[in-house]
Write a protein that binds this ligand. Structure first.
Ligand code: ARG
Length: 467
């Protein structure tokens, strides 16, 4: 059999053209979705009396055989057949004869490929929500275990104010929650059926698009046939959500890399998630977070790539749009790889509480609190700031920390100081003084963990309905 579209041609295609235009090398990843869509389409053709029921049964059985063979790796895809759609059709016809040619009635590869992509992304997005949820569980688990662990909080990567390590971890839970919600929201725009748009204008056959949508569990059908085959917004949206997820993962990665350095020594990643050096025997490298940080670049690249492919493209389908696939597949694989590793890596991470404590004791991150203390005694904040600035400078010159100062030394700077200052300056007091909603006080963080657990169960409910 020659090309499925060979009728109009008098010459064979140049083999370099075959190779250049073929997408089978990568779109074979859509085989399951392609056949799933075809099964629904042909069922509808039977129901609407467009193809005789007996042919419909033959075609469905044939499609099932082709699918089984693909799953068993028994089908050799051919570049001459261009893409997954024509490879499946060719194999169907080889399996059941010319009646297989009735499958493509009232359909075009343009609405077919769009349908495949919607089916594919719908499934992946739900799986990714599940993976983000696992990561949140690991973070919340570590937060629960570290409700009494204080670390210096940073701004400008300079010690700022002490915070609970649990509070720091829960910040990431909030970030990944936004990611989950973005993906859930995008599901509404992914779960729309393009099939029935034909090549661009609809079809002359009396098809029933809503019946197909129902069978494939799509919530809606595309309103406009040109939009149905031209729209790749849902992929752009996915790539941008993926970019934000990677950006979040890269920030966490950077902190893990810093924290596991000898200079910080705040955490130790489990041996199972680290690698060694081929030359320096003492080394244990945080390759996973480093690589996640690095792979963030390719995900951003995939987003820019597709935006650029689509820029200025006239309606409706253009072959350029075949370029939507590799970046999407690559992004899904990159995200899945990162998230699958991050959940257990965070869960097994060892937290060096004593080292964190040492860091907190040896800094000035309680300085804001003595300023606030003087404000409590009636001094205007700006003057209090000045007094404490001088006190800190004195400490630095004397090689002391604020808690080391005697009452005499304190009173050199202000007569308003009294003995209660030593309690005010304790890291626990400093942390627990920030008892505002969303703050770092132990009670507040315990509440945040409870709210996080509620979010976990809400996501579980969503997953039960969507995976
Ligand atoms: N392989 C094509 C793609 O991925 C399928 C659609 C082809 N349509 C066409 N008219 N050539 O975009």
């Amino acid at each position: 059999m020659g090309k499925l579209w060979g009728g109009r041609f008098t010459k064979q295609t140049n083999h370099l053209v075959d190779e250049y235009t073929a997408s089978i090398g990568f779109d074979q990843a859509l085989a399951e979705e392609d056949i799933q869509g075809s099964l629904a389409h042909v069922t509808m053709l039977g129901k609407c009396g467009i193809v005789p029921q007996e042919d419909v049964e033959t075609i469905k059985a044939g499609l099932q055989t082709v699918l089984d063979k693909i799953r068993r790796g028994e089908i050799e895809f051919s570049v001459a057949d261009e893409d997954i759609h024509m490879n499946v059709e060719k194999n169907l016809i080889a399996e059941i004869g010319p009646v297989g040619g009735k499958l493509h009635t009232g359909r075009s590869r343009n609405d077919q490929v769009a349908t495949d992509m919607h089916l594919y992304l719908r499934k992946r997005v739900a799986l990714l929500v599940g993976m983000l949820h696992e990561l949140q569980k690991s973070l919340i688990g570590q937060a629960r275990d570290n409700l009494d662990t204080i670390i210096p909080g940073y701004t400008h990567l300079q010690r700022a104010q002490p915070i609970l390590f649990a509070h720091h971890l829960m910040a990431y839970v909030s970030m990944f929650q936004r990611d989950i919600e973005r993906l859930m929201d995008s599901y509404k725009r992914i779960n729309v059926l393009p099939l029935g748009a034909g090549a661009l204008a609809g079809t002359t056959f009396p098809i029933d698009r809503h019946f197909v949508a129902e069978q494939l569990q799509f919530d809606r059908v595309y309103e406009n046939s040109l939009d149905a085959v031209s729209d790749r917004d849902f992929i752009v949206e996915f790539l941008s959500h993926a970019s934000i997820i990677m950006m979040h993962l890269s920030r966490l990665s950077e902190e893990l890399v810093l924290w596991s350095s000898t200079e910080f020594n705040f955490i130790e990643l489990d041996d199972a998630f680290c690698t060694g050096s081929s030359i320096m025997p003492q080394k244990k490298n945080p390759d996973v977070p480093e690589l996640v940080r690095g792979k963030t670049g390719r995900v951003y690249g995939n987003l820019m790539g597709l935006l650029t492919v689509l820029k200025s493209l006239p309606l409706a389908y253009n072959k350029d749009m075949q370029e939507d696939k590799e970046g999407m597949f690559d992004t899904v694989a990159t995200l899945e790889g990162a998230l699958q590793l991050f959940a257990p890596m965070i869960a097994t991470m060892k937290v060096n509480k004593s080292r964190m404590r040492e860091a907190v004791n040896q800094d000035f991150s309680n300085a804001t609190d003595i300023a606030d203390f003087l404000v409590g005694k009636g001094l205007p904040f700006r003057q209090a700031h000045e007094v404490i600035g001088k006190t800190v400078l004195y400490c630095i010159q004397q090689g002391k920390y604020l808690l080391d100062l005697t009452m005499e030394e304190f009173q050199q700077f202000s007569p308003l100081f009294d003995d209660t200052i030593y309690e005010v300056l304790r890291p626990e007091t400093v942390v627990n003084a920030r008892n505002v909603y969303g703050g770092t006080a132990t009670d507040q963080v315990a509440e945040a963990i409870k709210r996080g657990e509620v979010l976990l169960s809400m996501t579980e409910q969503w997953l039960a309905e969507h995976v």
